[in-house]
Design a protein around this ligand. Structure first.
Ligand code: PEP
Length: 248
């Protein structure tokens, strides 16, 4: 099981270090894959703080080129050098506020795939309008096919897909467990189409959107491989209780 904490742009460097310290105390041992994604500026400090603990670190974005005149961008190799093992790609907030498009997301996934031991966490999800128009499957299938077009899974390469309906992020609304189970199956079928049967071992499908220690409980039966957690990851004890529910 994966439990990924997305701290977004919520914490100062000082606060990120303090929260990572609390995570470190609580997650001395864990049977789940706990991944913490701080901001770029906090990343080196959080990596250092958690380096000998069973909590992995991820970045919230990456650029697709290795180096060059790309002001403000960060390469996959730089993330690796700092100690990041995961990177969130295509979060709906970046799609909405930064104009991130599927072709960019595809290049970012490729950059992660060509960097050893850097696993992309690809976020996909329909908007409220798509949902009302009953176009969820078309949207998810398009987002997946454009992000993965022509890519292959190398030996030892993994991919995490986070299904995050935009209408569920930060709203307190959560789809029914049966809906999440259905979408998870649809995503797994599509992944098999792109990567063959290897995808069953190499890919994980998570759910994200308004998960906390109580909303997670009914979703344990939905067949997902874990959860991507936003606001409930900003308090160490709350996140730990949530993780305990998932693990036990
Ligand atoms: C997210 O933005 O990835 C997310 C899951 O946020 P929240 O848990 O706050 O809905």
């Amino acid at each position: 099981m994966f439990i990924v904490a997305n701290w977004k742009m919520n914490l100062s460097i000082k606060d990120s270090i303090a929260l990572a310290k609390e995570y470190g105390k609580l997650f001395k041992k864990s049977s789940a894959n706990i991944v913490v994604c701080p901001s770029f500026t906090s990343l080196p400090f959080v990596c250092k703080m958690l380096e000998s603990l069973p909590v992995a670190v991820g970045a919230q974005d990456v650029f697709w080129e290795k180096a060059g005149a790309f002001t403000g961008e960060i390469s996959a190799e730089d993330l690796k050098e700092l100690g990041a093992e995961y990177v969130i790609i295509g979060h709906s907030e970046r799609r909405e506020y930064l104009g991130e498009e599927d072709w960019m997301i595809r290049r970012k996934i490729e950059a992660a795939f060509t960097t050893r031991n850097l696993t992309p966490i690809l976020c996909i999800g329909e908007s409220a309008e798509d949902h009302e128009r009953d176009e969820r499957e078309e949207v998810l299938s398009r987002q997946l096919s454009e992000a993965l077009d022509g890519l292959s899974l190398g030996i030892g390469q993994s991919l995490i897909i986070a299904y995050e309906p935009i209408w569920a992020i930060g709203t307190g609304l959560v789809p029914e467990p049966e809906e999440i189970a259905y979408v998870t199956d649809v995503i797994r079928v599509l992944l098999r189409r792109y990567f063959g049967d290897r995808s069953d071992r190499a890919c994980a499908v998570l759910y994200g959107g308004s998960i906390d220690e109580s909303t997670v409980v009914p979703l344990m039966e939905s067949g997902v491989d874990g959860f991507l957690v936003g606001s409930a990851s900003l308090k160490a004890r709350e996140f730990y209780r949530l993780a305990e529910r998932v693990i036990n």
